[in-house]
Design a protein around this ligand. Structure first.
Ligand code: UDP
Ligand code: MG
Length: 327
């Protein structure tokens, strides 16, 4: 069991974006779970620039329950960044035993938290909750998700556990390690996997959203996938090289074959079709390779600018009002 003071608390970080419809039910279910725990708990709502009354609601919840804390970001930065803001705040809070990350839409059941804690007490630094089944999600979404995880496993050196979202528990040590990763393009699943330490898995059934709509669409999922792959693998760059090598070899072989034909049989070959095909194919390959390079160059550019990851507009409770951006 990790060393722990009696006053050390479990923090629950909840990123939320326009979640006013589910928040009361979420808070009620979470409170029921936290009340039954044998360690003190704190909840940190991170409002990711909601345009509805989510923040006002969080303020009301904080008045009723002193365990509720909050951070309001200056605009919508995206879930990954909202999560980072919350984890940063917890990393610099005092007496942190461990930290749970959970979605506000009740797709991650709070009732699983005691199981996460049990595995953490057995010595795991990172306990991730893996969905056994995804209820209420379309076949296509499930298929694309499965393909993505398989591709990630193939491409990247850091193994990202399959079918695992951000719902998980981090020990204080894992939290500190994560706070040290300051890259701007944040693929949280990969960052969680990158830090290592003993890990454990808990299985659960993922429920459909309790209310409201998913903030994800396919355009967003595509960017997310590109983010994941480019942040954790330079394989596409190498792939471009190999495609280049392969086409050169083929072109050389074909050239040799034509020369041979002309000299041995004296046939002059009419070659409009093959010419066009070769030009188009090579043009396409070049643009593709340029595009891949562009993805990486663009990411380098974003890192180099060294902007803070997020800005905080307001806070509730005792959390640090400013981000601990050391960069
Ligand atoms: N979320 C956020 N910022 C965003 C989008 C989503 O903080 O820009 C929060 C959202 O409120 C929820 C969690 O991230 O608590 C997961 O979002 P969602 O349910 O839309 O994603 P899905 O479950 O469909 O992957
Ligand atoms: Mg959801």
């Amino acid at each position: 069991m990790p060393e722990q003071h009696r006053t050390d608390a479990l923090w629950v970080v909840v990123p939320m974006y326009n979640e006013v419809e589910v928040l009361p039910e979420f808070q009620a279910r979470l409170t029921r779970v936290l009340d039954a725990l044998d360690l003190p708990a704190r909840v940190l709502y991170v409002d990711d620039g909601s345009r509805d009354a989510s923040w006002a609601l969080a303020q009301a919840l904080a008045q009723r329950d002193p365990r509720v804390h909050g951070l309001k970001l200056s605009r919508n930065f995206g879930k990954e960044t909202a999560l980072t803001a919350g984890l940063d705040a917890v990393a610099c809070a005092e007496n942190v035993a461990a930290c749970v990350v959970i979605d506000a839409d009740l797709q991650d059941p709070p009732e699983v938290i005691p199981e996460l804690i049990a595995r953490w007490r057995e010595g795991a630094d990172m306990v991730y909750a893996t969905r056994r089944r995804r209820l209420g999600e379309s076949g296509i979404k499930r298929l694309t998700a499965a393909l993505f995880y398989r591709l990630m496993r193939r491409l990247s050196a850091t193994a990202v556990p399959q079918d695992t979202g951000d719902f998980r528990l981090l020990s204080a040590r894992a939290l500190r390690a994560l706070a040290g990763l300051r890259e701007r393009q944040r693929f949280m699943k990969g960052l969680f996997a990158w830090i290592g330490y003993p890990q454990a898995q808990v299985l659960y059934d993922r429920a459909p959203r309790a209310a409201g709509t998913s903030k994800w669409n396919y355009g967003r999922l595509w960017r997310f996938a590109v983010e994941g792959i480019t942040s954790f693998s330079t394989m596409p760059l190498r792939l471009a090289t190999w495609v280049g090598v392969l086409t050169s070899v083929l072109a050389f072989a074909y050239g040799a074959w034509i020369v041979l034909k002309v000299f041995v049989w004296g046939i002059s070959v009419p070659g409009y079709a093959s010419l066009i095909v070769a030009i188009l194919f090579l043009g396409g390959m070049q643009l593709l390779a340029l595009g891949i390079i562009g993805e990486y160059v663009g990411r380098t550019y974003l890192e180099v600018k060294q902007r803070p990851l997020y800005l905080i507009e307001d806070s509730l409770g005792t959390v640090a009002p400013q981000p601990v951006d050391t960069a």
